[in-house]
Design a protein around this ligand. Structure first.
Ligand code: GLC
Length: 541
């Protein structure tokens, strides 16, 4: 362990710039479902701390922790009531400090979530705003408006909430307030300098505590188009990610990111900002990672790509070109706590798992930084049959099928322990039930199986770490048959992916380094298994 920790200890402590984020593999910890340290059935900071050896052994460079701040949990923590404290469900501030410190000892950096678009309706500011009434400075911290219609009985505009229904709620005093998400998540007014000052202070609070950066929630949402104009038609959720809407991706958000970048840069140790930005195109997304803005942005265009060679090739090239045009690294993301797990998106069952394993080698073989959502290293599928009484995701209001509970099921750690090792013996049941069929997918079981998905990830991360310039080495596409991808990188590395359901033959690019499924090599030809990927050491390259 000591040796391992040394090999990927955060650089830069002595003042040298490592630009560590450019090729970092960052593991997303959905705290509620990762590990339960106190046996109450809900994951917590103590649980994460206890599993740091697992994460260090896995070989990731950093963790991103989803919100663990004080919250009434209307949106499972993305409704923050106190940005400077830890919710008792997750532990204490001392637990957070101890976790950051211990992670650093394991050579792991820690990124925390910050939620600047909205607060909880239980945040002191919103309570003060409700009490102070229309026209007060307290209401100026949020987006309060009078309604339309004769008696203000119609909402101020036609905006829809991402979670379904309209984006406005009316108060008994007649005013309406804006909430792009749940009514319990009122939007802040970023035209008010007090809001800027408050968030800079929140960022400082966590930077002083030692965190290595922030994942900025809804980084495209804080600034709205002047005058809050109507969109003009319904079903606005379908436009996000492809069209410009007046409540997202407005130019003004970039001033906020510039100010935050200056703040991050004023701290030693290369602290970073990562944008969760749903931009209409990779080109618009690149604007969030210009040299004076955030360091990374999640690549949701890659996440949304169907299992087709041409589609992947196009999105990879476009991502490299657009991020490259502003000198930023690309990121590669397959899953997170908001989307169906990719084993299931890629077809589920044996096919979904084969494709997910191949996708892992494709993703980790590309230049730039990669995100791993907890449990993807175990090949976990989406849980599609959770009993109704467990489903509380506010997004179900839009469409019961759009619920995000099935990707948030707690992790199976040990096949032979109660609750598959999530929690303590004799502890409470997990907050979402873990399918009994996940026993063989548990960490302990997979560690013992050399061909497991967990061991595939561990080996891939080991190979990545051993090739020091891996993240920066440019990609060159190699000729390959239809339905496949082949590319070379730097000193003698190549990756081939067969995205078809049939075996495909091509000239063997070299010696097999790692494979999601072993190819058959004969007379200089490699026969790639269906839905598989191979990493190659190229000879004579
Ligand atoms: C982000 C989060 C999501 C949350 C939403 C509102 O998209 O990832 O989980 O519901 O923001 O804060």
């Amino acid at each position: 362990m000591t040796e391992l920790a040394q090999s990927h200890r955060p650089g830069g402590a002595d003042g040298t710039a490592t630009r560590w984020w450019r090729d970092a593999v960052i593991y997303q910890v959905y705290v509620r479902s990762f590990a339960d340290g106190n046996g109450d059935g809900i994951g917590d900071l103590l649980g994460v701390r206890g599993r740091l050896p697992y994460l260090a052994d896995l070989g990731v460079d950093a963790l991103w922790l989803t919100p663990f701040y004080t919250s009434p949990m209307a949106d499972f923590g993305y409704d923050v009531a106190d940005y400077r404290d830890v919710d008792p469900i997750f532990g204490t501030l001392a637990d957070a400090a101890a976790l950051v410190e211990e992670a650093h000892r394991y050579g792991l950096r820690v990124i925390v979530d910050v939620v600047p678009n909205h607060t909880s309706d239980r945040h002191a500011w919103f309570r003060e705003a409700l009490e102070a009434g229309p026209g007060s400075p307290e209401r100026e911290r949020y987006v309060f408006r009078e309604g339309r219609g004769e008696n203000g009985e119609l909402p101020p505009n036609d905006w829809e909430s991402i979670f379904g229904g309209r984006a406005w709620t009316r108060l008994p005093d007649g005013e309406w307030y804006l909430h792009l998400f749940a009514p319990e998540q009122p939007d802040l007014n970023w035209e008010n300098p007090e809001v800027h000052a408050e968030f800079e202070s929140v960022l400082r609070f966590w930077l002083d505590l030692g965190v290595d950066g922030f994942r900025v929630d809804v980084a495209h949402g804080m600034v709205k188009a002047p005058g809050l104009p109507d969109v003009g038609h319904p079903d606005q959720i379908r436009m996000i990610g492809t069209d410009v809407v007046p409540f997202f991706d407005q130019d003004g958000v970039h001033d906020i990111h510039r100010a935050w970048r200056r703040l991050l840069d004023s701290y030693p140790g290369e602290r970073i900002g990562v944008a969760e930005a749903w931009a209409p195109s990779p080109g618009r997304l690149a604007r969030y990672v210009r040299p004076d803005e955030l360091h990374q942005a999640f690549n949701f265009h890659f996440l949304g790509t169907p299992w087709e060679a041409a589609a992947f090739r196009a999105v990879i090239q476009e991502s490299l070109d657009t991020a490259g045009s502003v000198g930023a690294p690309t990121t590669w993301v397959l899953s997170n706590h908001d989307v169906k797990r990719h084993v299931t998106r890629y077809g589920g069952g044996g096919t979904g798992l084969r494709r997910a394993r191949a996708a892992a080698l494709l993703t980790l073989g590309l230049p730039g930084s990669a995100y791993v959502y907890q449990g993807e290293e175990l090949g976990l599928p989406e849980v599609l049959d959770l009993p109704e009484e467990f489903l509380h995701d506010p997004q179900r209001l839009r469409d019961p099928e759009a619920g995000r509970d099935g990707c948030r099921v707690p992790l199976p750690w040990n096949e032979t322990e109660p609750h598959l090792g999530f929690g303590l013996p004799g502890g409470e049941d997990p907050w979402l039930p873990i399918p009994a069929s996940w026993g063989p997918l548990s960490v302990e079981s997979q560690l013992a199986d050399p061909s497991s998905t967990l061991n595939l990830y561990r080996r891939a991360l080991e190979v990545r770490r051993a090739r020091r310039s891996f993240g920066e080495d440019a990609l060159a596409w190699l000729p390959s048959p239809e339905g496949t991808l082949a590319f070379a990188r730097g000193e003698g590395f190549a990756c081939t992916v067969n995205l078809t359901g049939e075996p495909v033959e091509l000239p063997a690019p070299g010696r097999v380094l790692l494979a999601s499924e072993e190819p058959v090599i004969e007379g200089g030809l490699a026969r790639l298994a269906p839905d598989s990927a191979v990493w190659w050491e190229r000879e004579g390259a």
